[in-house]
Write a protein that binds this ligand. Structure first.
Ligand SMILES: O=C(O)CCC(=O)C(=O)O
Ligand SMILES: [Fe+2]
Length: 348
């Protein structure tokens, strides 16, 4: 197996569920996890939900500005709600996209006796449109069922006990509805980044294209749409838990030039109270049991990740820092001291 990739592999979920094809498909899953950090998952059984959701979301973006603004993220210390065009920054540049962020419903209210980063988990702000809440809640419930199962399959593909990663899962995951408007050629839909605060991302893109991933030779590889599939990628949370053996891959979206693009990423969250010490201990234990070459394990040790920085007390704080820097207006409003502190750290 070569050290890099020139396309994103496909893994068939129905074959993972069929005892006669399972082992072959688990091998493909393992290679995708080791070599690419990205894969398409096909035949998930969620095709109908995905189609319906794509049919509905343009209407949420066509709502009048004042309706969208009622649920602006600025009202939410949990960074949930609507973000208008041009209010988000990646790799120090403004992204050309508009979006709604939602979280797993039913989080308990934050009080000032809770840790400050716990405030990331909070109530949703739904757009005022008939059926919007039902659509979001149904999508989260169904994709989360698949996501939980997927994490078990990943553990099996790495020859680890099925429940190895269960202890790392957070209470709240995040769903986004994203709109990329038609833009000038080579505009930044979203700039180069690794997904940060979770285990895996489960993305449904429409049939426009524009998503690209960076291989180890520094080449941008297209991830063209495959109808009904989910594009799944490793986040920095999972990378840290596996000591870097399963690495998160940098990706970006080139803004569309001739039509609007919509996408729906679901970010499976990590437990916010996970500390660096706990993480290092479990990572050492897990890495030792993953059947990867010693070379891969050695190379993995020094993967830089904001989660491994001793500057942050736990995953929750690292995630909060990331949100504050991506959405500085929300950060300044709810966490002014932290905003000042984290902005300075970046200048160093
Ligand atoms: O819209 C997409 O296809 C990808 C979006 C993405 O990478 C992100 O929001 O983290
Ligand atoms: Fe991403």
């Amino acid at each position: 197996m070569s050290g890099t990739f020139s396309s994103v592999p496909q893994v068939d979920y129905s074959r993972l569920k069929d005892p006669s094809t399972r082992d072959d498909e688990l091998t493909k899953l393992r290679e995708a996890i080791f070599v690419v950090g990205f894969l398409y998952l096909t035949n998930t059984g969620l095709e109908d939900l995905i189609r319906r959701t794509h049919d509905d979301i343009p209407r949420l973006f066509e709502l009048p500005d004042d309706v969208k603004e009622q649920c602006n993220m600025i009202h939410s210390p949990s960074f949930l709600g609507y973000t208008r065009l041009g209010a988000e920054t990646t790799a120090a540049k403004t992204d050309i996209r508009e979006q709604y962020d939602f979280g797993t419903p039913g989080m308990k209210d934050w009080t000032d006796r809770d840790p400050f980063w716990q405030r990331l988990e909070g109530p949703n702000q739904y757009p005022n449109y008939p059926g919007a809440q039902a659509l979001v809640d149904e999508y989260i419930a169904k994709i989360d069922g698949l996501a939980q199962d997927f994490v078990h399959l990943v553990a099996e593909s790495l020859a680890l006990p099925t429940n190895t990663f269960d202890d790392f899962k957070g209470q709240m995951s995040r769903l986004k509805f994203v709109k990329y408007p038609q833009s000038a050629p080579n505009s930044q839909g979203v700039g180069p980044h690794k997904d940060s605060a979770g285990l895996f991302t489960f993305l449904s893109q429409d049939n426009t294209g524009g998503l690209q991933v960076l291989n180890k030779n520094g080449e941008w590889i297209d991830v063209p749409p495959i109808e009904g599939s989910l594009v799944i990628n490793i986040q920095q949370g999972f990378e840290a838990i596996t000591g870097g053996v399963c690495a998160a891959t940098t990706h970006r979206v080139i803004a569309p030039t001739s039509r609007t693009r919509y996408s729906i990423p679901y970010f499976l969250g990590v437990r916010l109270d996970l500390t660096l010490k706990e993480l290092k201990e479990s990572a050492a234990h897990i890495v030792q049991r993953i059947p990867a070459s010693d070379d891969r394990k050695k190379r993995a040790v020094d993967v830089p990740s904001e989660f491994l920085s001793p500057l942050y007390s736990c995953f929750g704080e690292a995630h909060l820092r990331n949100r504050i820097l991506s959405h500085p207006d929300v950060g300044r409003r709810w966490y002014p001291e932290l905003h000042a502190k984290y902005s300075q750290q970046i200048l160093k």
